[in-house]
Design a binder for this molecule. Sequence first.
Ligand SMILES: CC(C)(COP(=O)(O)OP(=O)(O)OC[C@H]1O[C@@H](n2cnc3c(N)ncnc32)[C@H](O)[C@@H]1OP(=O)(O)O)[C@@H](O)C(=O)NCCC(=O)NCCS
Length: 173
Amino acid sequence: MEPEVRLTRPTDINTIRDLDIKCYDYPLEMDDWKELLNNSGKENKSRVVIVEGHRKSLGFGVWKMLPPEVGVNEQVCALHRLGVKPGKYRGKGLGKLLIKTCEAHAIRMQADLIRYVAPDFKCNKDDEDDISGFLSLVEFYATGVIVPSYKFMYGRWVDGFVFEKQLRGVSAC
Ligand SMILES: CC(C)(COP(=O)(O)OP(=O)(O)OC[C@H]1O[C@@H](n2cnc3c(N)ncnc32)[C@H](O)[C@@H]1OP(=O)(O)O)[C@@H](O)C(=O)NCCC(=O)NCCS
């Protein structure tokens, strides 16, 4: 059975929290997820999707089109979260499928690029939880822009490394 990606419903709350807890050391709070799922897919709100296969929920993604900024020509789709259940479901192309889904939506919304801010400690190729390798495989590049003190994690403020994927010239599928 091919994995399928679908938009979440408010009743997915337990499923999405379970995936978030399994994928992130700093999962979102219940109230944040309620807000996200109640508005998922609505205009100017975040889009939350789940990928399913073999009748199981295997991963999820959250992204949002940012409002246009004065003096900035680019339309930006901000990728906030992307996770695939650890263990046997990783390394099977589900992360890539979620990125493709985000990308197709961003193109439909006429975004110029997708932006993701990664905590600095997840961008060390020698670490087992490195994500910079994955990001470059799905054609995101490090812009060199650093968001100082991006998040407080593991007892310290960590910087954020800005990654982007350009969409200009890519057609919607
Ligand atoms: C990052 C994550 C979503 C990848 O999911 P996945 O389903 O294992 O990814 P895929 O199987 O689609 O991998 C796509 C490609 O990236 C590679 N890849 C995956 N994780 C990688 C890593 N940590 N380092 C280097 N390459 C990696 C795969 O080998 C594959 O390469 P291929 O196309 O040449 O075969 C998953 O590891 C995860 O949930 N991590 C924890 C949450 C997190 O940090 N999310 C941030 C995402 S940017």
